[in-house]
Ligand binder design. Structure first.
Ligand code: COA
Length: 273
């Protein structure tokens, strides 16, 4: 495993990155783009994703990040298995740590992130989707952690994020069996927020993205931070954090605008200050 090389001049070979315009201005779209291997995640793709996330984190324009897979067969069918045969334990540790770092970066992005799961989201693909704020999936999408089929276990957060989401017994069943489930079953388990017709998936995702765009971005960023950070705290401490965030938002122009617009019976014009 080589040390991650900085992506040159934001030129991507394993994904595409697009900032939308018009009524979707504020939405950025990452499309994982290795369709010949069902968008399997290589080291280079992870590095490119990290570069994108660093850019989005600094951006004042991007309000929602959507992630999807190229082609109609897969979101991401896992880590690239071709690298595993000769991988040493030391290299595996580096791969696990680097992937975890990138996915945690994704999870901690101040902007909302939506995984548009269009096909297989397996192994690292499922783990990546679980690191987004929520998942919309096509009706034929299939999700799972099939690592045990390869004699390995999830290494990019799958054992941890999945069990926190669906509870330990269900996470154990999924991880121990490598069972792959359809979108409706994943929705029943609370993994997927909405199941869409396959052809309608991106339209539905952009609809929810647009709804989010119309709200106060500072409030959303604070709400996201408090939900994330509070999840691992005692309720009493998490509530304290919520109260601090609630107070802080009252120092912003957007909060005054929100109240003013409501009272004047007009739509608010949020400026992100
Ligand atoms: N890494 C590397 N290559 C992969 C891959 C992965 N995770 N998943 C799929 N591919 C490649 C296949 O090797 C195949 O390449 P080829 O055309 O050169 O033979 C190509 O993508 C298409 O996959 P294929 O297996 O022919 O498609 P399918 O429709 O028969 O099966 C899956 C789809 C997703 C069920 C199957 O590809 C699969 O089980 N992939 C691995 C899933 C996995 O274990 N992920 C966790 C990895 S830790």
């Amino acid at each position: 495993m080589t040390t991650p090389a900085k992506v040159q001049n934001n030129t991507y070979h394993n994904l595409t990155y697009e900032e939308k315009h018009g009524d979707l201005k504020g939405v950025a779209l990452v499309t994982f783009n290795r369709p010949k291997v069902l968008n399997a995640i290589s080291q280079a793709m992870l590095e490119e994703l990290l570069t994108v996330l660093e850019h989005v984190q600094k951006s004042h324009v991007i309000k929602v990040l959507v992630l999807t897979g190229a082609g109609d067969k897969a979101f991401i069918a896992g880590a690239d298995i071709s690298q595993f045969e000769k991988m040493t334990s030391k290299e595996a540790a580096e791969l696990a740590k680097f992937g975890q770092k990138v996915f945690t970066r994704l999870e901690e992005l101040p902007q909302p992130t939506i995984a548009a799961v269009n096909g297989y989201a397996l192994g690292g693909g499922c783990e990546l989707a679980l690191s987004c704020d929520f998942i919309y999936a096509g009706e034929n999408a299939q999700l799972g952690q099939p690592e045990v089929n390869l004699g390995i276990l999830p290494g990019w957060g799958g054992t941890q994020r999945l069990s926190r989401l669906v509870g330990k017994p269900m996470a154990k069943e999924l991880v121990f069996t490598g069972k792959i489930i359809y979108a409706h079953e994943a929705q029943r388990l609370g993994i997927v927020n909405k199941v869409c017709h396959d052809a309608q998936l991106m339209e539905d995702v952009m609809k929810i993205a647009k709804l989010i765009l119309s709200k106060g971005p500072l409030a959303i960023a604070q709400a996201k931070r408090v939900i994330e950070d509070g999840y691992h705290k005692e309720l009493i401490d998490a509530l304290e954090m919520e109260a601090e965030a609630f107070a802080k938002i009252f120092d912003t122009e957007d909060q005054k605008e929100g109240a003013r617009a409501f009272l004047a019976k007009r739509p608010p014009q949020f400026v992100g200050r």
